[in-house]
Ligand binder design. Structure first.
Ligand code: GDP
Ligand code: GDP
Length: 436
């Protein structure tokens, strides 16, 4: 189920990022070898009551050298385009300003729900200040204090109550959902066109499903696929669409909705820092990943070139050691036909469930081969293991004391599990749990 998206808009310094951080809270990744990127401060996951949603801080999307008012206008437009519910944030200490009215004017254009929040109401005496804000025309303002954490519950109650009315794009479980991410001009939309141009691919409607106009559905050998956010790959020409932050935002949204992520690299230019950052998002999200090296037609090569390029990728993307690498050309269509089989393979591995008895044989063999670590005279004891999740596969290892599980030992177990069961293309997670 795609999570609803909430965006915070408002002029600078009203407290958007303070509130964003409060809502996002501490979210510690269980993936150990973090590639050094945390999700950008502009986009993350929040939770309230039984709802999970994604939240955008539009204040983090700066649009080049645009003048102040143009910036916040674009941010409000982004909120309208990208969010299901909008939190319009103002500052109770300063009253309604011209810039607030500017934001309001943009937000009048949307039918999406807008929740008006008046921040910096740090104590009850200040509540008077919020009456001013009825003039903005968004109904009852919610008095909140980001720094003191007051009033957020009431505001979020209102936000999540609007989720009921959202029309969600939900695809069947059996449909394989994938996205192509990568920096501009690596050839993402050319790749989509090349894949859809393959003769045995039939672009079709699936009866009974509602779909976003932004996705493309096709069928290949009886299997249905959705390319997530195809529209996002085709440039439309709005000012903000070429900014890096905005493309990161689109990529993160697409990753969230995908089972498989194709990280596209330009073979002609090689790997740059931005590629690593983008690949890191896919890894952190726990998706199946394929690294696609495009424009291989223009690379001058001999018999060693591919091998060297792959080595280079492995060095730069240590955290993606599980991802297969495909070299191809959207232009000449060379090896385009290998993509769909790769997608099927990694997607199957991503949802693979292994048999508990075989898993335990593998773990016990591993322990026999390489004794468990010990600390201060105490040795880790492994009792048994169980797979607790798919997409990505996650394994609980039940032990005497979880603190004794060393990272390197966890890595060793991961390697043994991979050798025994495959799992190419998918991250897997292992955690030590105390046996009750
Ligand atoms: P943004 O530019 O809208 O993202 O605003 P920030 O979250 O960066 O906050 C701007 C300033 O307002 C910072 O100095 C915050 O510490 C402060 N601030 C945020 N929320 C509150 C609040 O509820 N009360 C008070 N007094 N200050 C706040
Ligand atoms: P996107 O921004 O990632 O969607 O990239 P595009 O698909 O728009 O491609 C950017 C440019 O690279 C265009 O001029 C394409 O014609 C070119 N291009 C895409 N794929 C290939 C390829 O495999 N080989 C070559 N030589 N050029 C390509």
């Amino acid at each position: 189920m795609a999570k609803p998206v909430v965006a915070i808009v408002g002029r600078p310094n009203v407290g958007k990022s303070t509130i964003f951080n409060r809502i996002v809270g501490e979210r510690v990744s269980i993936v150990e070898d973090r590639p050094g990127v945390t999700r950008d401060r502009i986009y993350n996951t929040g939770e309230w009551l039984n709802y999970e949603f994604n939240i955008i801080d539009t204040g983090g999307i700066d649009i080049g050298d645009e003048p102040f008012l143009a910036q916040i206008r674009h941010q409000a437009e982004i909120a309208i385009d990208e969010a299901d519910v909008i939190i319009f944030m103002t500052n109770g200490r300063e009253g309604v300003t011209a810039a607030d009215e500017e934001v309001a004017k943009i937000l009048y254009r949307t039918k999406k729900p807008v929740v008006l929040a008046v921040n910096k109401i740090d104590n009850p005496d200040m509540r008077e200040a919020m009456y001013d804000f009825y003039s903005l025309g968004f109904g009852n303002p919610f008095p909140i204090s980001g720094s003191h954490g007051i009033g957020l519950g009431d505001m979020l109650d209102d936000v999540v109550q609007h989720f009921a009315g959202i029309s969600q794009t939900d695809y069947d479980e059996e449909i394989i959902k994938f996205s192509l991410i990568g920096r501009p001009n690596v050839g993402k939309s050319s790749l989509v066109n090349a894949m859809l141009g393959e003769e045995r691919v039939i672009v079709s409607d699936i009866a009974g499903t509602t779909r976003d106009a932004v996705d493309t559905t096709f069928k290949h050998n009886g299997q249905e696929y959705v390319i997530i956010d195809t529209a996002g790959m085709r440039k439309k020409g709005k000012v903000y669409e070429t900014t890096e932050k905005y493309s990161v935002l689109r990529a993160l949204k697409a990753i969230d909705r995908s089972d498989v992520v194709l990280v596209v690299i330009n073979g002609e230019e090689g790997i740059i820092e931005q590629d690593k950052k983008i690949a890191g998002y896919a890894h952190e999200a726990g998706k199946a990943v394929i690294i696609v090296v495009n424009k291989w037609d223009v690379v001058e090569k001999d018999e060693k070139t591919m091998k060297l390029f792959e080595q280079n990728i492995r060095e730069h993307f240590l955290f993606l050691s599980y991802a297969p690498v495909v070299f191809l050309s959207a232009k000449t269509k060379k090896r385009i036909h290998t993509l769909v089989p790769e997608i099927i393979k990694v997607s199957e591995n991503h949802s693979q469930r292994v048999q508990t008895n075989i898993l335990n044989e593998v773990i016990m063999d591993a322990v026999a081969m390489n004794p468990t670590p010990s600390d201060k005279g105490k040795r880790l004891k492994i009792f048994y293991a169980a797979q607790v999740a798919v997409k990505p596969p996650a394994f609980a290892v039940f032990v005497n004391e979880p603190e004794l599980m060393h990272f390197s030992y966890e890595r060793f177990l991961e390697n043994r599990i991979r050798e025994a069961f495959g799992f190419e293309g998918t991250p897997i997670k292992i955690f030590a749990r105390a046996r009750k």
